[in-house]
Structures are given as structure tokens and as C-alpha cells.
Design a protein around this ligand. Sequence first.
Ligand code: GLU
Length: 498
Amino acid sequence: MPKVRVRFAPSPTGYVHVGNARTALFNWLFARHHGGALVLRIEDTDAERSRPEYEFRLVSDLLWLGLDWDEGPGGGGGAPFGPYRQSERQEIYATFANQLVEAGHAYYCFCSPEQLEAEREAALQSGRQPRYSGRCREIPRREAERRRASGEPAALRLKIAEGVYRWADLVHGETSFSSEVMGDLILVRSDGHPAYNYAVVIDDHLMEITHVIRGDDHISNTPRQLALYRAFGWTPPEFAHLSTILGPDRARLSKRHGATSLQNFREMGILPEALRNYLALLGWSPADGKTEILSPEELIAQFSLDHITKSPAVFDMDKLKWMNRHYMKQRPLGELAARAVPFLAQAGFIEEPAAPAVLAWLERLLDAVLKNVTALVQLPDAARCVFLYDGQQALATFHNSAVAASNQVVETFIPEALKEDSLTYARFREIVRDVQAETGMNGTALFHPIRVALTGEISGPELEKLIPIFEEGSKLPLPKHVKSCAERLRDFQAAAKL
Ligand code: GLU
């Protein structure tokens, strides 16, 4: 087998969608598994919709996901098959276009958009599949040249040879399309821009791509591309078309399903290792079919196109969150604290960059609240009781909660606790024991009122963890002051007029 060369060929016209990210990941896994090369090719021939900032975003998103490539824009590795941006390959496309015209495989088409639209309409009306009639095929070369020279706009079309175009798709198996369903396709538009199907064939051939792994929305383009390979007399690469990704309602995954771009997942605080692991299993499974948590090395070792499913894969946000939690638990708290900073800063709770003392405190905070969090975006909410304590609100919660709130407990507890400059958990336990002895309350009836008075909430992380967080947090210069235990209890007292 020749050295494997694959490519990821995005169009920089928007943010990277999970479907494209999975295509990139599968290409990367395939290349790494076979010790081959991955090419990043930017398909920016649509000058109106392509933007450099999308290309920049795309590169940054792929790197975030942990992918790397061997050749691509920006050089590196001597860029043997470059340039890697289609907008920089116009001359190459022009040369090959001339070659096709010379060989009689392509011809100029002078049909106006209105004419083509009318033909399309007529076909649809009579229940036929619309396809180009081939009207301009018969225009003699010389006449076509003359009309072009006089400035008449013309597109270049491929004369599709009659017959059946088939390939053994590495995912879908034997696939074929008859030339009857394909009109002569446009290779170069009248504005001089190469069409997707044309540029992609030239590039895949010149870049010596051995396997084209892409989304199955391109299946109907493949016979057209095969027609071009045939016209040039080139051997086509192998094709593998990946199934569509669906939302939970089994409709094609789209923005209305919520988070779908890598950008969205980054903003949610999904860890790249979790997303990478999750995407790898979206339509592929390891040989044993069971293992779910796989490191990049394990994914590379086990990846094979043989275990890709033909049927659409359903995107399961809960599973992704479950995986994210798994990976979060594995990360050192120090690293998570650093990653948590932007999320807490956005809520106005801390400042960016965070001082070392704040980071150290955040580790404690994360240790307390992480078990209620599946993605870092939930952190401000999970840490609400630390940053947003309000006596009135705590009192309202106290009165509304189902367990009989005992005034007696808080009336006994608060004055004792307020005697401490800084409450420790050990001292807290002693005071609670005294309150128990004095009031005769225990269990929930004892702890519940105290928790509500201290945190404003009926449930939450262990007080053993929260008490030092409140005390230490109150000494830090934070934009949203963290109230100490004493400050909380005084607020509560004032609200309750105890
Ligand atoms: N630019 C195309 C896309 O983003 C690439 C398709 C292909 O891989 O051939 O869909």
C-alpha cells in the first residue's frame, strides 16, 4: 500500500461544526494509525463567504481538539504539495482546465442563469430530475472561442461520459450512479472561480491523496468527481463517506439543537479530551465494542474504517457531559482552577488574571462543588452560595423549606458561632453538639436550619468544605465579596430580627 495521505478540507465560511470536527478527527486517526500524512487544505474558493477569521478560528479549534497536521497553510515541512489554500491555486486550476478543453472533455457554456432556471423549472414541472440539457456541447470550439474573446460570459463544463460511475465505498460498500442522473457539471464558473467538484479533484490528485474521508452529504458529488478522474485518466483515491450526525429528535444536527460548533463546546467548558473521545465514538466503535474511555494513543492504535457504522449517529449531549465529568475528575485541581477562571470571571465573581492566592482558593472551591458540575459553564451556578449570600433570601428559603425550620436551633447556634473571629469546622462541630444538647434536635432538624442560615440553600456541598471556603474567601480581594460565616449569620439575624 502506498503511504497513506489523507486530507481535511474545510471551507472557512463559519465556525467548525461537530460533523466537520469528527471528519477531521477520523482523518487524523486514520493518518496516525497508518503512519501517513494529514493535509489541511483550505477550500476558500467561495470568495464571498470565506473569511480569514474563520480560517484562523478553524485552526485554533482543531489545535484545541488536540489535532495536528503534517502539511497545510502556513508552511512547515517544506510544504511539498502546496499551496494549501485553494484561493492560491488558481493558476493550477486554469492550466488543467485548458488541458480538458484541448482534449475535448470540457466545453464552454453560454447559458444565462435565467435560461438555466427556466429549464430547471420545466423539468420539475414535468416531474423530471433537473439536469443541464447539454445545449452548449454542440457549439463548435472556434465559435465558442470567438464568443469568449468578445467578452461573453461563459462557464466551463465537463462532458460527462455516458455510463455508470461506481466505487467501493469504505463505509457504504459498493455504490453507483448512472451518468443519466448527472448533467454536465460546471468546472469553472463564468466569474473564473473553480467549482468545488473541480478544484477538489485537481487538489486530491496533485496532493497524492490516497483516501478521501468526508461526510456523506458529499456522496452525490463522488460520481461527478469520478467522471473528472476518468476524463483526466487519473486513478481516483478510495472514498469513505461518514454518516450524518442527528440530533435527539433524529433530525440532522443543527443550530436549533443547541451547541453544535466547537466554539460552543469550548464556551461550555467541555474539555477537549472529552470531546475528542466522544466524537471518536460517534459512528465508530473499537473492536471490542465496549470500551468507552480511550486515550488518543488507544484511539490511534484501534482506529479502523472497518468499524464505522453506515447508519446515522445520534448526538447525545448527556453522554458527552458524562465523559466530560470523567475527564474533569482526572485533571489535577490546579489545572481545573486555571480553566475555571474565565467562567467565574464572566459571572463577575473573580478577576482575570487570577492571583495565586485566588487560584489556590479556587482549588478548594472546585473540590467542594465539582461533583455537581458536568461542564465548567455550570460553575458559577454551582458556586452561587459562595458568592451570592443574601440574608433576606436565606430567611425566605428558611421559611419555605419543607423541613420544619426551627427558630430555636438558629437562635441557639448563631450567637455561639458569632463568638468566633473565624469559624473552623472543628469549632462548628462543637457548637452544633451544644445546640443539639440544648434544643434536643438532631439529624435534619438540627442541620437543616443551620445550613440554610449559612448558605441560603437547602442542600449543597458539605459544610466541612464550605466553612473554610467562606472564611478564606472573605479575606481575598474579590470583585464579588465572599461573606465570612459571621457576616452571613449577622445578615440572617438582621433579616430574621432575632
Ligand atoms: N470543502 C468541502 C466541505 O467543507 C470539502 C468536501 C470534501 O472533503 O471533499 O464540505
